[in-house]
Each structure stands twice: as C-alpha cells, then as structure tokens.
Design a binder for this molecule. Structure first.
Ligand SMILES: [Zn+2]
Length: 255
C-alpha cells in the first residue's frame, strides 16, 4: 500500500505489522464538526488534523520507520460555536470516553506508540484529550504523544496570529485549508472578510463561553483575507514535525 491510512489495511496486514520487529506508530487525527466562519467548511479541524497526521507519517516512513494514520475523530466538545448551524458538540465525558476507548483498544492489540494530532483548540476539548491520556497512563502505563499546540512550548513555533490567540478560522486556519483542500474554501467570501483581531485565548481566560459573546458573530477571528496556501504549507510542516518530535520523545522514555 502506498498510502498511510490504517483503515485501508486488512486485518491480516495489520497482524503482520504487529509481528514485525520495528514498532508501527499510529497517529490519531482529532478535529471537530464546527462553524469556521462563512468561508471555511465545518470539517476544517478534521482536514487540518488529517493533513498533519499524513505528513508526520510520511516523515517517519522516510526515516525507515513504520507509521499509519487512524480514522479521525470528527466530533468533540465545541460549546463555543453554539448558535451556529451545523456545529455538533458532544459532552466532555463522551469525548473523553471515546478517545480513551479507542486508545485502549489499540494498546491491547500491541500498538504502543500512538500520537494525537489535534486541531480543535477549545480548552474544554483539549481537557478531554488530556483526561483520556491520563486514564490510559493510569490503566496501562503507556504514554500517548500529545503535543498540545496551545502550550507555550509548541505555540511559540507557530505564526504571529496563532500566538495572538485570534486562532479560529482566521489567517492561520484559512491558510491550512488553502494548502490542504483549496476547493473547500469559499474564496469570494474569504477575500471580503474584515479582520477581527480579538484574542480568543484572552477572552476565554476572562470567562467567555461562546464566539458570539466575544464578538465573533460570523464564527471567525483573525484575518482570513490574509491567508495563503504557502503559509499553510509551511505551518503544516511545523505541525507535522511536532508530532514526529513527540513520538521521538516517547521512544526515549520507553527504550
Ligand atoms: Zn478550527
């Protein structure tokens, strides 16, 4: 097979993979089904997470390692986009249980090297992923690689707009969609959008609970009109490198 999709394999191919001497890394893309401005699809975070996972798998393969990307998680806690048609939010306990169950099922089969490529940045959602990783660690002792881009260590590698906290459907995410799935960006709308330079992260720290409350009545922040496919391509490489680094760090702990 020339692609990196776990689910395109047969069970017997995966059986062989588990019995080879080199461990196979698995990458779980995590996104959301959520309003991303009037110009980007609801699947924006899923598109981003899948592309990051694919690029990380490609890098690992090019180093002679074995890696596959899991089917993505497309539903998560997205309470901030409440009030926008199409956004689907699930309860935190559901999200935590889903991630934990998937990871546990894979670990029981012998996949010990797993990374999460997450593109949905709502704090309550990230907390569910952290809780799932902690549950897995407590139950199995296995560490999951989860480079959380909202943490300073990783955030500082990203763009100025991202670091400003205006990181929902703005220049950052629009650039990523333009790079991975340009046909899904509504260009005639994107190019007319006024910048909305409001820091989501600051507003969240101050207690805000929805995009509308913060002034994001179109479900975007930042400057979508400034996005370019080139920026997206560059950022994808950085995001993929984070996954590879986090997997390398797992090896250091487990070997
Ligand atoms: Zn997003």
């Amino acid at each position: 097979m020339s692609d990196y999709f776990f689910a395109h394999r047969t069970w017997s191919e995966l059986h062989d993979l588990l019995n080879q001497s080199k461990p196979c890394a698995l990458i779980l893309p995590v996104g959301s089904t959520e309003a991303h401005g009037p110009h980007l699809p609801l699947s924006t975070d899923v598109i981003i997470a899948e592309e990051v996972a694919a690029r990380a798998a490609r890098t690992l393969e090019s180093r002679g390692e074995s890696a596959l990307t899991l089917p993505p998680l497309a539903y998560s806690v997205t309470d901030f986009s409440e009030g926008f048609a199409g956004s689907v939010s699930i309860r935190a306990e559901t999200a935590t249980a889903l991630a934990r169950d998937i990871l546990l099922s894979l670990i029981k089969q012998g996949f010990m090297r797993i990374a999460i490529a997450n593109a949905h940045l709502e704090p309550a959602h990230i907390a569910t992923l952290r809780a799932a990783c902690e549950a897995i660690k407590a139950e199995t002792g296995v560490e999951i690689a989860f480079p959380d881009v909202t943490r300073r260590r990783w955030a500082q590698m990203l763009t100025e707009e991202f670091q400003s906290g205006a990181c929902h459907a703005g220049q950052y995410e629009s650039s990523l969609v333009l790079s991975a799935r340009p046909e899904l960006a509504r260009e005639e709308i994107r190019l007319t959008l006024e910048p909305k330079l409001i820091s989501l992260s600051q507003a969240i720290r101050a207690g805000a609970r929805s995009f509308i409350e913060i002034g994001g009545d179109q479900a975007y922040f930042g400057n979508p009109a400034a996005a370019t496919a080139e920026e997206g391509d560059r950022v994808f490489d950085i995001l993929a490198e984070m996954i590879v680094t986090a997997i390398d760090e797992l090896k250091r702990f487990s070997n």
